[in-house]
Design a protein around this ligand. Sequence first.
Ligand code: MN
Length: 256
Amino acid sequence: MKTKQISRREALKTAALAGAVLAAAPRLFAQPAPAAPGGPAMPITSAAAPAPSGPFTLPPLPYAYDALEPHIDALTMHIHHDKHHKAYVDNLNRAVASFAPEPIPGIEVLLTHMDGLQANVRTAIRNNGGGHYNHSLFWQMMKPSGGGAPAGDLGKAIDASFGSFDDFKKKFSATALKVFGSGWTWLTLNGGKLMLETTPNQDSPLTDGHQVLLGLDVWEHAYYLKYQNVRAEYAGAWWNVVNWDFVADRYNQSKA
Ligand code: MN
């Protein structure tokens, strides 16, 4: 059997082509990188954190681990923020690492342009980017001595959309109990309308273009140490720590 011989010229040509392929860095987006979404910037972190590694960084909790006691216990907050959220950030950074030195867009751009991402990183960015985005907001949606009811335009909009604030709370909690497995329940703004919705895993409503106003993490890691399997008790106690000022600010910014 005769083996096909490759001439020296052909070998050099093949090597040159391979070199050209290696020299071209892989690109995060299959298509040219999209522009940032229009409208006012919606910062997801309240503190300017230094970036020890990046491009994504774990924002500090805006209060002490035990600040939400007795409704959410300190150990849960510690593990949830320092381990779970950190893992999302680390894995997101890993997912985009091979695209350096290409500038990596912000998390909102990534989540709203999922279809344009390279297929081999899309799932990692969906899960870990969603986890980073959702949790960055979640910490700020809570505060010590929170709770009560939203005033101003958001309060009026909730009454108009859900009948009353109490009706809204009932519907939101009922929706949270219906999430099968791990996921989130959300109050979002879509085309100027308030909506209740749920997402599985770490999917974010932002991917569908819905602005997140308020969200409840119903993964077991968010409540199991204190509430075990009783999600309803966690969802009920959580109203005592909701930071309505933060939610109302997001509503006003989204409407602007
Ligand atoms: Mn979580």
